[in-house]
Design a protein around this ligand. Structure first.
Ligand SMILES: [Ca+2]
Ligand SMILES: [Ca+2]
Ligand SMILES: [Ca+2]
Ligand SMILES: [Ca+2]
Length: 290
């Protein structure tokens, strides 16, 4: 945030300096950006830097490593235990709450999974995808990316728990691969947001998982949850509790926006383009006003 502010402030100061120079030297300096390629290039570069800073400041955790590493510098690997690797950058910790006291069980963690299923411990069975494990259905590959989080799925009493360092008013995320069995048993999850005193703020329940042969099945597909609690007590914890009837509860967890209610975010290039058009529009407007 500070970094983003600092870059924005530099751009503002530079823009003001340009304006002052123009006032002092109007005859000699062309005013339209199209008449000044150097100035246009500078603004383009600044817009790109600003766009990247905005993207970095995004609250979206896709679980995709950057250059092979997680935010705390840990080398990403299939089956890696995930607990505090995202804490410094995003203010959230992940874990399991098997005694339902809304505290992450000591030493517990969720698990990082790659779609290549590099080792034989898988996150979920992707029946309706090209590969048997950890894959997305056709058309959903880019939404899943190459990495996601999972629970261990061997016990239905192990709630997933996210704990915040600072309260938020909104959050969203995806649960992947809600299945149903041929015997009618189903996977289902209840996602609940709590305040700092463990009071329930809001909750939402997934649909009942359908068998992968049934129309509307969410096998290998995402289901998005989201909270927007503006004006009500703030969120400090989010629990994902199994409410289905199967004896195993593997799931994929992906695209977690820690403080906004919309799942997914534009790519960095989008922000760069948006910033860029913003600057161009601004200077075009100034030119029209002049
Ligand atoms: Ca606990
Ligand atoms: Ca694995
Ligand atoms: Ca499945
Ligand atoms: Ca991902």
């Amino acid at each position: 945030m500070l970094k983003n502010f600092a870059i924005s402030e530099k751009i503002r100061i530079l823009s003001c300096t340009m304006q002052r120079r123009e006032k002092l030297d109007t005859d000699k300096r062309p005013r339209a950006i199209t008449q000044s390629p150097a100035r246009f290039a500078l603004l383009l570069a600044l817009a790109t830097v600003n766009g990247q800073a905005m993207a970095q400041a995004s609250d979206l955790i896709t679980f995709e490593p950057v250059g092979g590493y997680l935010p705390d510098g840990t080398l990403a690997a299939d089956n890696l235990a995930i607990n505090t690797q995202y804490r410094a950058q995003y203010g959230v910790s992940f874990g399991v709450d098997s005694d339902s006291n809304l505290e992450i069980d000591l030493g517990s963690a969720l698990r990082l999974e790659d779609t290549a299923n590099s080792s034989d411990v898988w996150g979920y069975v992707s029946t309706n995808a090209d590969a048997d494990y950890n894959n997305a259905a056709v058309g959903f590959e880019s939404q899943l990316g190459d990495w996601f989080l999972t629970n261990n799925g061997v016990s239905t009493s192990e709630d997933l728990l996210i704990q915040y360092d600072n309260p938020v008013n909104a959050a969203s995320g995806e649960i992947w691969d809600l299945d149903g069995r041929t015997n009618g048993n189903y996977e289902r999850w209840k996602i609940s947001a709590y305040d700092d005193s463990n009071n329930l703020v809001s909750s939402v329940e997934t649909p009942i998982g359908l068998h992968n042969t049934v129309e509307g099945s969410l096998d290998s597909k995402p289901w998005a949850w989201s909270f927007d609690t503006t004006g009500t007590p703030q969120i400090m914890k989010i629990a994902m509790e199994f409410t289905g009837t199967t004896n195993l509860s593997p799931l994929g967890f992906n695209n977690f926006a820690t403080s906004t209610a919309s799942v997914g975010a534009p790519e960095p290039q989008f922000w760069a383009m948006l910033s860029c058009f913003g600057f161009i529009s601004f200077f075009a407007y100034r030119k029209r006003q002049a």
